[in-house]
Design a protein. Structure first.
Ligand code: OGA
Ligand code: MN
Length: 197
């Protein structure tokens, strides 16, 4: 499938459902490289407890979320991170050119939901900052089973959608509209999450 065909399909889904599910948005090599990098960071103890809210509003609230994260440098020299950023930039450019979305920036972080971790129902916009336009989450667990939990629940107008965090799966949704939740994971759940702004 050509990239433009894929992007058009994603845009159609975003328009009709406010979310799009894409398997294979990033190629296998990139996913493998990113998975390895994330596992290295976990071993090195680089991941930090995630917060809710931004800057002045920053709280670390275990009752709401309990994942650990590490931000990705948009100017990283790592080839896999570059491939990831490059694909996101190409998609953002397409969105801007075809839908006048006005995306100017992006931010991404690795995330690990360890055993018992979750993220209660929320939307991805801060009260004091409305810049986030689209949320993008890519799952980096090989051989993930439904019994490992950690499903993403999207609360759509048409009802609840249950998405399993399967290897190489990407989910894109409107940051301002869609309430969502991460159910308790029973095994390390690896991903990259971020926002087009
Ligand atoms: C988030 C989030 C969803 C997921 O980090 O804001 O909602 O499936 N993540 O990891
Ligand atoms: Mn979220």
């Amino acid at each position: 499938m050509g990239l433009n065909v894929l992007y058009e399909r994603i845009i159609e889904d975003l328009i009709s459902n406010h979310y799009a599910l894409v398997d294979g948005f990033f190629d296998e090599d990139t996913c493998r490289g990113l998975n390895k990098l994330l596992r290295q960071k976990m071993k090195q103890g680089i991941l930090e407890k995630a917060g809710i809210g931004n800057k002045s509003n920053h709280l670390k609230n275990d009752a709401i979320r309990s994942d650990k994260i590490a931000w990705i440098d948009n100017h990283s020299i790592d080839v896999f991170e570059q491939a990831f950023i490059q694909q996101m930039n190409s998609f953002s450019l397409y969105l801007n050119n075809t839908c006048y979305t006005g995306i100017q920036d992006s931010e991404f972080h690795y995330a690990c939901f360890e055993k018992g971790a979750f993220y209660k129902k929320h939307i991805d916009r801060f009260n004091n900052d409305n810049k986030r336009k689209f949320s993008v989450v890519t799952y980096l667990n090989k051989h993930r089973k439904a019994s490992h939990g950690g499903a993403l629940i999207l609360y759509t107008e048409k009802g609840e959608i249950n998405i399993l965090p399967e290897w190489g799966r990407t989910i894109i949704f409107k940051s301002d509209l869609l309430e969502h939740e991460v159910l308790v994971s029973t095994k390390d759940r690896l991903s990259i999450t971020g926002w087009l702004k």
